[in-house]
Ligand binder design. Structure first.
Ligand code: ADP
Ligand code: MG
Length: 317
């Protein structure tokens, strides 16, 4: 199977054609953006062994490659429309490609995102997706607009994916219990909070998606907004599986610094908190406050300032 039949067979018909004047097959795609909207564009690369365990199922890799990008659009309050996919593959294994494309397509269909182009090369397994979304002019949720007094909130629960990864690597479990499967799904099939991002436009003052760990990611909001923050460890939301399986001594680190949560961290003025809660279906937990000054203070259950033992994942450290 050569590169072109591979593209035709697996990647030429994913996610419909809304706003697509010309999709896969020409030198470039032609897209028709909606009048009155700005284009939100984001790229994320996944490398085997670094961003996902080598033995991850192909369908899960396909899903996650798109999910991490839709999560970035969600954090901007953008509506996902189109994407491109740059694939580097060690070989053209038909079973692997079929599964990968099916996982990618499942999430693309859910969100009405059309795959409009890409690039296919031979090399170590890596996937780069560029996702494009739309947001009415001037209404995107940014990182640099948090204010002292805002509540710091997160959607869903934190630490599941980091705990799943820890338990996978420990290999002392088969990962087959109901709790382990729930954690595993959070690692392999993150659900980008697109509906939440859209609904919180005009309500949240700032947002970021949580990919590299809460402390580091929230730190980006604080830096960009030139404010400080205070969060309480005992306010961090946990799933039922996490509450049962995480060792008490490790919970805080997993939730503060574990990556791959793909929840949204949002700043919300106190007076809009009820509106924020009413606007979204997923739980919204207040975990702290934006304050004057600089830096992030993490308060332990006893109210004392603690220093987490792990910080955010950084590639070049
Ligand atoms: P070019 O050489 O002009 O860059 P390519 O031969 O790389 O074009 O690709 C041919 C067509 O297939 C282009 O429309 C490109 O966007 C699309 N394409 C290539 N790889 C992928 C992929 N993995 N998924 C979707 N479309 C792809
Ligand atoms: Mg060309």
């Amino acid at each position: 199977m050569d590169e072109f039949s591979l593209i035709r067979r697996y990647f030429s018909d994913i996610g419909g054609d809304s706003g697509v004047v010309l999709g896969v097959g020409d030198d470039a795609a032609l897209l028709r953006p909606t009048a009155g909207c700005e284009l939100a564009v984001t790229t994320d690369t996944l490398i085997a062994g670094r961003h996902f365990p080598i033995r991850t199922a192909a369908a899960d890799i396909g899903w996650k490659a798109l999910a991490v990008n839709l999560s970035d659009l969600a954090a901007m309050g953008a509506l996902p429309r189109w994407c491109t996919l740059a694939l580097s593959l060690p070989d053209a294994d038909a079973d692997w490609l079929r599964e990968f494309a099916a996982g990618f397509a499942a999430l693309a269909h859910t969100h009405g995102v059309a795959l409009v182009g890409g690039d296919t090369t031979r090399g170590p397994l890596s996937l780069s997706v560029t996702a494009m979304g739309e947001v009415p002019t001037g209404r995107a949720i940014r990182r640099d607009t948090a204010h002292a007094g805002d509540c710091i909130c997160v959607t869903g629960a934190l630490g599941d994916a980091a705990l799943a990864l820890q338990r996978l690597n420990a290999a002392s479990t088969t990962m087959q219990s109901e709790d382990d499967l729930a954690l595993r799904a959070r690692l392999d099939r993150p659900q980008p909070r697109v509906a939440e991002g859209l609904a919180l436009r005009g309500i949240a003052s700032a947002a970021i998606d949580l990919s590299d760990g809460l402390i580091g990611d929230l730190g980006h909001i604080l830096e960009r907004s030139q404010v400080g923050g205070e969060i309480r460890v005992d306010a961090l939301p946990s799933s039922a599986a996490f509450a049962r399986l995480a060792l008490p001594a490790e919970r805080a680190d997993l939730q503060l610094a574990g990556g791959d949560d793909y929840e949204l961290c949002l700043c919300v003025p106190e007076g809009r908190l009820d509106a924020a809660r009413a606007a979204i279906a997923s739980p919204l937990s207040v975990i702290g406050r934006i304050v004057e000054g600089r830096g992030l203070r993490v308060l332990g259950a006893d109210g004392a300032t603690m220093s987490p033992s792990r910080s955010a994942y950084r590639h070049f450290e």
